[in-house]
Structures are given as C-alpha cells and as structure tokens.
Design a protein around this ligand. Sequence first.
Ligand code: AMP
Length: 490
Amino acid sequence: MENKEKSTFKNLGLSEKILRAVENAGYEKPSPIQQMAIPSILKGRDIFGCAQTGTGKTAAFALPIMQMLDERGNYPQPMQFRALILTPTRELAEQIASNISVFGKGMDFSICKAYGGVSLNPQIKILANGVDILVATPGRLLDLFAQKKLNFGGVEYLVLDEADRMLDMGFIKDIKKICTALPKERQSMLFSATLSTEIESLAKGIVRNPERISVSPDKPTVEKISQKIAYIELENKFALLEKMMKARISKQDDSLALIFCRTKHGANKLAKRLCRIGLNADAIHGNKSQSARQNALNRFKRRETRILVATDIAARGIDVKDMSLVVNFDLPEEAETYVHRIGRTARAEADGEAISFCTTDDAHLLRAIIKFIKKEIATLVDNPYHSDSAEKASNLKTILSNKAQSVAKKITQIADAPARRKNGGKTDFSGRREKSTKTNSRKKFSEKKIGGVLKQKMKRASSKDFQKTHGAKKSIWSALKNKAGKFKKR
Ligand code: AMP
C-alpha cells in the first residue's frame, strides 16, 4: 500500500519545479531508493543508504537537495558552496554533475566540478564566486582547501557517494579531514554499495541519527543481469572475445560493450589487438590523462567506438545507455569489484549480460565471487574454447576434495608416526637423532590440533542445514570420518 502511494514522483513531496526536472530527465516512476530516500531527505533527516549500483541513487539525493536549496534561496558566498557531493572517481564526479545539470535545466543553479588530472585554474575561477553545488573528489578538494581557494563554511548539505569505494581507494584520512572542517549544522547523506564494519564506523562520524535505507543488501548483484562464466585457457581468451564481438556485429547488435582487464598494460594491449582485427576499441585507465579518458568515454557515448576496455578505476563512473554487455576478460581480485563491474550494464530499467572468463588459475577468484553474490553462475554454452580443467578447478566438489585429501594425508602421517618410531627409527628426515620426549609432546599437540579442526568440520558437516545447502560435500566428509575412525582405533 505504502509503496503504491509512493510510486509516483508527485507523491514524494517534490515541488512543481523539481517535478519538471524529473520530466526533463525522462523518468516516469521513482526507483525504490528514490521512493525511500526522497521523502526522508525532504524532512531534513540524515541518510545512511545501502544501494546497488545503477539503482537511481543520484536522483535520490540530488532532487531533494536541489529542491531545498531552491526553497531556502540563500546565495553562496565567495569561495563557498552550499552542497558538497564527494565521489571516489573523476568519472563519477562527471556523471553526477551531468545528471544535476539535466535536472537543473531552467533552474538557476551554479555547479562546479573539482577533480584531479586537470588544471586547477578553471576550478579556482568558478569557485571564486561561490557555487550552489560542488561535486568533488577528496584529493582535489583538499588541494584547493590547502591553497585557500575555497572554504567549507557555507556547506548546508553533504553527500558521500560510494563510501565503500572511497575506503578501498584509501581516502579515509582525507574524508575525515574534510568532515572536521565542515560546519556541524548540516544535513548529511552517506551511500555505499556494500556494508562493512569500516563503513558503519565511518558513518558514525558523518551522519547523525540517520534514516537507514537499504535496497536488497543481501543480493548485491543486479538481478536483471544475465551472468555467465566462460571456462577457458589463458591462450584462448582473445579468440573467444573475438568470436563474441563478431557474433554481435553479425546479429547487427549495435549496443555497447565494456571489457575489464586487471592491468593498465593489459587493457592497452587488448584494445590494440581488437583494433588490429577491425574491432574499433578504446582503452581507459589510470595512466591516461583525464582528457584522454574523457575523450574515450565521449567517443563511446557517441557510439564512435562500440567497445571500451577498462581497468577498475573506470568501473564506477561509467553510466552509458545501451551498454548491454560487460566482459570480465580478467576476473577481479576482489569479489566486491565484480558487482561494481557488472553493474555498468542493466542500468535503470534495461537488461544486460555479463560474461566472465575464468582460467584454471583464477578458480579461487570465481569461488570468492560466488560466495559474495550468494549464487552460482551458469556456464556459457556457446564456447568452442571451453576448458574442462578450468571448470574442474572451480568446482566446489574439487576444491573440497583437494582440501579433504590434504587433511587425510596429514592424519595418515600422524597415524604412521608410532610405527616409524617402533622400527627404531628415531631419526628425523635430516638424519639427526630425535629428542624423543620433546617430539612426543609436539606430536601429541598436532594430533590434538588436527583432531580439533576435524571435529569442528565434521560437526558442521553433519548439521542438517549444512547438508541441505552443501549436499555435494557429504560424501567427502563421510570419507574423512571413516579415515578419522580408523585413526582412533589404532
Ligand atoms: P544512478 O544509480 O543514479 O547512477 O542511476 C543509474 C541510471 O538510472 C542513470 O542512467 C539514471 O539516469 C537512471 N535513472 C535513475 N532514476 C531513474 C528513474 N526513476 N527512471 C528511469 N531511469 C532512472
């Protein structure tokens, strides 16, 4: 009932001016995060929001802030700004500023973007007169502050976007420094794609008695994305990518594809190889200047290039319509990054596909991702380069069986030790005589230790819940139990 009432922008308490802004942006109905956040922000509450990428977070905070700025009608003082939006990357700062410009069409808002990699002077010039909204990355903001080109005295609203990413990128000190310089009387909003104890403790110092808003925190993967794994050998990765990209062309699919590589060098190399076979691609990563990154992004948005190869630095800031495919050419090292990467597709109401290449060596990364998103990922069917070995390495049964084998081996070694000693073999592997009492107590200790670990694991394995969810592991653990039983009898 409540949701139905809130399912139009009009019912969220937005003013006529802002409703026109929403219309300008082409939004018909509010997304869940917008339904939850907008009324609370308009009431003056601080917000602690946990939301997936692509859920419409920007409008959720920008629309009510713009409305309140407009209603209060204050003018910014020189070198001051009334709303500060902090983002981890330049791309995201660009994205947010461009959304705000669309919403603010026909309204009299001044906006400034402050991020590194570009000249300071234009930013200093805009800030000199004061602005309504400043969208900034922490490093550049502190740079300008240190040079006395801005002051924080006029901040009425603070937004910390993608807080988890900020922490990952090591901005924690910068953020704390900025927050201590801000006026105590302000309304603050903190958004994060994931929750952790670090985020909770960061939030404590920033938001006061916040309204907690959460959009599917237990399911961090955007549901509409069709996710597939291509098990493959390293040397076949490029051939599969080529096949996939050419199949899209032959189907006259002119939507855009984003490909993720682990390293800057890898991204450059891949973009070059794609260009060499006639597939127009650009690369963006942290080694490229801001203008080169922006140009590549603009060419992609204008569809002059249909393939963009990126490292993770670009993952969060890219919001391009019609991006129907994300390829993880290399799996990410952090499971959480997987969610941010694939969240570049299926933006707003669109559908999307994410295909991840997994080699034998990457099996552990895939398992970490599956554990994080709490669901298995289907195998890509149309893969002429399918690698059984990579699939086997990623299989939970194989991983557990390897673990079980190594524990069983340890048990056998310990069980065989008394026989070795009885044989008069008080010699250790290096041929030296053992000191028997010390060795015995050490042996007893490790038997106890392994016994303890085994006991714990077997207890867990025999619980009903565990067997329900991990049926495949049962046989492995019962084999282990037998082994342990034999060991006890000796
Ligand atoms: P965000 O999570 O703010 O980066 O938004 C993701 C994408 O969804 C952007 O392209 C927005 O323009 C779009 N979007 C946000 N809210 C809505 C809405 N209510 N209806 C349709 N599209 C939206």
